[in-house]
Design a protein around this ligand. Structure first.
Ligand code: KG4
Ligand code: ZN
Length: 378
């Protein structure tokens, strides 16, 4: 396990009330939030704004990195100014500024990070670079006291992984997709069928009228040991059906339902295994957290509820606005790090990272993720 916890050259802990500005720009949402953390860990979100770029990307059926970066650059300062104004606070009243500094689409990441750095420099406040995945990992704590440890299934358009979260900066990756993220597969199917972007909600809506048994689709890696997942083969198999079968309205609905149940069974099956594995190491209350946009899917959520109940675990799903990309989770990660003294005082020198695994050791140890000139993947 890799720990990014306090080392001797880190700043001392701040135990008083902390108020932070968080900025998130790693994909297609430009988001800002002002969050207050009391010394006892109580969280209050004073203001938050999420501006989605869905309309800009919809014609292309997916997020276009260059369009995303430009759209962030055009609006980031307005979103930050509006959020600060909504909070009723000035920059001078903040204790620090946190911004997603990776992993993600690098153009967008740089826009948010540079906005945060500029404000931190101007106001002479600490700048805390945040790993976007850490934001997701801590997101359940925005809504409730979710004590460590817990098992996290992070399932979005960019990520699909199991993480054992045992403390701030203590993340062990138990398994991950070896190719596409589940949300990406939903988006690709929707694009193939021409039913809209983002694909997840469109596929889910059509699936309601469909027969999930009509098309037999693969459940990749289900019969293999371990917690890695794969969705590329399933995505391709569904696209082949869409290309070869005559797709009337009922056909599209049946394909969406068949695809959705395949994804559900893959996620639920692996989660069942992950919980058994987690139980071997942790006694006491068992918590399963699901975060990321795909967690909005009712069929998937119902299946995870069942898996959790059968294992004697509680399923915690943050409210949807905090499951998907948001800046409150980034401000929270910043506040937790500031409170624990677990941050690099030289944050202004941090370089944005397109790849930044939370658990670097696991990522590097596994050839499926470790390679590439840019370093280990998520
Ligand atoms: O977390 P998120 O907003 O952004 C990142 O990818 O980080 O997740 C967006 C993903 C998209 O792929 C979208 O299609 C998927 O979440 N999604 C869904 C649903 N709502 C959103 N997938 C399945 N069912 C849904 N209801
Ligand atoms: Zn995300």
């Amino acid at each position: 396990m890799v720990s990014t916890k306090v080392s001797s050259d880190y700043m001392p802990a701040m135990s008083e009330t902390l108020t932070l500005l968080g900025i998130e720009t790693s994909c297609d949402e430009t988001a800002a939030a002002v969050l207050r953390r009391q010394a006892d860990g109580t969280i209050e979100i004073l203001a938050e704004t999420v501006h989605s770029q869905i309309e800009e990307h919809a014609p292309y059926g997916g997020v276009v990195p260059e369009i995303a970066a430009r759209a962030h650059a055009e609006i980031a300062d307005t979103i930050v100014a509006k959020t600060l104004q909504d909070s009723g606070l000035s920059l001078a009243q903040l204790d620090g500024i946190a911004a997603t500094s990776g992993p993600g689409l690098i153009g967008g990441v740089m826009v948010g990070m540079m906005t945060g750095k500029a404000l931190a420099m101007a106001a002479n406040k600490p700048f805390i670079p945040i790993n976007h995945l850490e934001g997701h990992a801590l997101s359940p704590r925005l809504a409730e006291t979710c004590a460590f440890p817990y098992l996290l299934l992070l399932v979005s358009g960019g990520h699909c992984q199991f993480l054992e979260v045992t403390g701030l900066g203590e993340y062990r990756r138990l398994g991950s997709t070896i190719d596409d993220a589940a949300g990406e597969a939903f988006d690709k199917l929707a694009k193939t069928l021409g039913i809209g972007f983002p694909g997840g909600p469109a596929v889910e809506a059509l699936a309601k009228q469909g027969d999930a048994t009509r098309f037999v689709l693969p459940r990749p890696l289900m019969n293999r040991p371990g917690l890695d997942m794969s969705f590329a083969g399933l995505k391709t198999a569904a696209a082949r059906v869409a290309d070869t079968e005559t797709m009337d309205e009922q056909g599209r609905a049946d394909l969406c339902a068949s695809f959705q149940i395949a994804v559900t069974e893959c996620l639920a099956g692996k989660t069942e295994r992950a919980l058994q594995d987690f139980k071997l190491r942790h006694q006491g209350d068992l918590r399963l957290v699901v975060a990321g946009g795909v967690a909005a899917n009712q069929t998937i959520r119902a299946a995870l509820e069942q898996v959790a109940a059968a294992a004697g675990a509680r399923l915690i799903a943050p409210p949807l606005r905090h499951c998907t990309d948001n800046a409150a989770m980034i401000a929270l990660a910043g506040a937790e790090r500031l409170a624990a003294g677990c941050y690099d005082p030289d944050g202004l020198a941090f370089a944005a990272r397109p790849r930044w695994p939370l658990d670097r050791q696991s990522a590097l140890a596994d050839p499926a993720y470790g390679g590439g000139k840019k370093g280990a993947k998520a």
